[in-house]
Design a protein around this ligand. Structure first.
Ligand code: PRP
Ligand code: URA
Length: 209
């Protein structure tokens, strides 16, 4: 069964509150996507394995901890996941980056795939799949299925806001994937938007509406 972690950190709650306001500017919204992603990633990376490494400080030899293997890979779901990846790369700049292009058909709400480019050694890496919104769960489900078809096993999914419907779909379809959520909202409306949500994440990041 998936572990589902809903963030309770005051900084995350405060920043998501600002993102929800329709008066928040594109510039501020974009910066917040990146900041909140960084804070969620801090939690999602908590159980990465560590290894001992001998080093020398200016005073003495000692043993320090480092992330074992450093085999990390961030995979944003385009478009809106891109700015989440930026925040995550601030904390782990050596992570590799893959991209999955998906959009939701406005009528059927079904995901349509248009792009996929992953690092060659992606199946050896810990994958952090990121998308700000988990609504019906169709896009995240399709992206995870695609990753698994490429032999990828270690996947965590990070989002800023989720609807209960999406969480249920994702955890049923992929019980092996842990899910990290900034805020868990109430429901989906008849158009598949999260309520209260923050609107269309891609449009708010890129100012396209
Ligand atoms: C949004 C969002 C997710 C998807 C979530 O993308 O970024 O990818 O919707 O909805 P779902 O859980 O019901 O699949 P959108 O399709 O608007 O594409 P965009 O990022 O290109 O704007
Ligand atoms: N995609 C978004 O960007 N927002 C929603 O509320 C649902 C799907």
């Amino acid at each position: 069964m998936s572990n589902v972690y809903v963030m309770d950190h005051p900084l995350i709650q405060h920043k998501i509150g600002i993102m929800r306001k329709k008066s928040t500017s594109t510039k501020e919204f974009r910066a917040l996507v990146s900041e909140v992603a960084m804070l969620i990633y801090y939690e999602a990376s908590r159980n990465l394995p560590l290894a001992d490494k001998e080093i020398e400080t200016p005073i003495a030899k000692t043993v320090v901890k480092e992330i074992a293997g450093k085999k990390l890979c961030v995979v944003p779901i385009l478009r809106a996941g891109m700015h989440m990846a930026d925040g995550i790369l601030t904390l782990t700049p050596n992570a590799k980056v893959g991209h999955i292009g998906l959009y939701r058909d406005e009528k059927t709400l079904e995901p349509v795939e248009y792009f996929c480019k992953l690092p060659q050694d992606a199946s050896e890496r810990e994958i952090f799949l990121v998308d700000p919104m988990l609504a019906t769960g169709g896009s995240a489900d399709a992206a995870i299925t695609l990753l698994k078809r490429r032999g990828i096993k270690k996947i965590r999914f990070l989002c800023l806001i989720a609807a209960p419907e999406g969480v249920e779909k994702l955890t049923k379809a992929h019980p092996d994937v842990d899910v990290y959520i900034g805020a868990l909202d109430d429901h989906l409306n008849e158009k598949g938007y999260i309520v209260p949500g923050l609107g269309d994440a891609g449009d708010r990041i890129y100012g396209t509406k």
